[in-house]
Design a protein around this ligand. Sequence first.
Ligand SMILES: Cc1cc2nc3c(=O)[nH]c(=O)nc-3n(C[C@H](O)[C@H](O)[C@H](O)COP(=O)(O)OP(=O)(O)OC[C@H]3O[C@@H](n4cnc5c(N)ncnc54)[C@H](O)[C@@H]3O)c2cc1C
Length: 497
Amino acid sequence: MHRRHFLRSAAAAAGLMPLAARPALATLYQTAAKAAGDLEAIRGDGRAITLPASAIKDLAASLRGPVLLADSAGYDSARRVLNPAIDRRPALIVQPTGAADVSRAVHFAAAHGLLVAVKCGGHSFSGMSTCDKGMQIDLSGMRSVRVDARARRAYVEGGTLLGLVDHEAAAHGMVTPLGTVSHTGVGGLTTGGGFGRLARTYGLAVDNVVGVDVVTADGRVRHADAQEHADLYWGVRGGGGNFGVVTSFEFQLHPFAGTVTAGEVVFPIARAREVLRFYAEWSQRAPDALYVDFVMAQPPGGKDGVALLHVCYCGDHADRDLAPLRTLGTPTANTIKAQRYVDFQRSGDYSDVRTMGEYMKSGFTTGIDERLIAGIVDGFEGHAARSTAVFTQHAGGAIGRQPVGSCAFPHRHAQHALMAAVSWKVGDDGAPHMGWARKYWATIEPLTSGFYINEVNDESRAVLNANYRENFPRMVAVKSQYDPNNLFRLNANVQPA
Ligand SMILES: Cc1cc2nc3c(=O)[nH]c(=O)nc-3n(C[C@H](O)[C@H](O)[C@H](O)COP(=O)(O)OP(=O)(O)OC[C@H]3O[C@@H](n4cnc5c(N)ncnc54)[C@H](O)[C@@H]3O)c2cc1C
């Protein structure tokens, strides 16, 4: 069982109409012109605005991809994100076919001051990639990967899901480190940081980005790398969607055997303290090739809870380096075996339509001490009407060997990302479940150090600013240069000076 899988998410909810099935541009163009009339929308500053039908018609005519309005086929699946508790309705959705369309859409949004949401894989827990009455730029029509094996590079379009990158790189005996669920978007994952099973060996996803094409708030398509627009290159690697829409990522690839020793060892939840204590010590002194997560999870009803260790080892000494696991005695299940990395990368995917609303709090640890163990285990409660889970994502290793200022991602000290999540049946009142999660997290939070902006939720501006640590002043400077009117604000937002 995958820790995020436990929350019963579904790729299907984020699945978007394939390009071939989309209505022809002409039809949509007519729909926009005929049915919509003028369109009620909102600006980024919250003020209401009316978009004239003629302006929408002109926008549609300037694009190769469709503009979807509320009555267009495909509108509903596009506006939705993975978390079904999020139910927002953009005034219009643009589905670009490439950087030129993104540029037109951004021009239009900037000219009208529209609220803008950018969607890649739709995994944002808090629904930052959709919005009410603004413009959603849905990148699902921009999903492709080209590998240049000789140069050890992968060129990845901005709407691609990470499984496609794993798949294409593996065909060349290579890899770049991305996240742990194959239907997560490369766009959101990478711009925020990008933790995964190989990050302790090869670094975060951001550490492997050698160049990007970005559409900035003025609608210009810019290439950014260490030489060209170096400040923009610095900012998009950890600054989330603050600086524009990345239409293409250039990733460094690493030769990779393709096989890992991976799986889970599962224990009853009654052994959670002991398993977590073992994990705290083992994960801290692990070789880089060993990635291990702790999961404590309780389904609704309070029965059959588990404490488990999720392991992915990519080194040459599996027997030796995994031997300490045996000191935990006999588990209720052990699925660890040699398997293809790309298969294990898909092991936490799910295809059933999501039925659960979700809420999550997260923070980084600098290690797991007895106080944190007590906070995690003692406060954890099952409940008749919700799933409850607390889990880690192993950091350290190569992640910590990059200087803090190497890119906008500042949390190089992290030993683990720690997350507490609740999920409940859609239609039920989520408030008591979110309330419980906030109360549980209140004991844990003081023992954490910063949080992952890709799990951003309801944090105040001051908390968000402080979370960029010493990189914050440069974030403000880069934001002021490339997005002085804060067009891209649905993210862990930094306000321009
Ligand atoms: C099931 C699940 C598993 C996860 N596993 C991991 C994991 O292993 N490692 C990890 O680090 N994180 C993980 N996450 C968190 C994940 O990194 C964030 O949810 C991330 O925002 C998802 O990216 P997305 O493109 O799918 O999301 P979206 O909801 O599409 O986008 C989120 C935000 O990213 C920005 N964005 C997206 N695409 C672009 C682009 N092309 N250019 C500029 N900005 C863009 C926008 O600001 C947008 O609001 C997971 C989340 C889920 C739900």
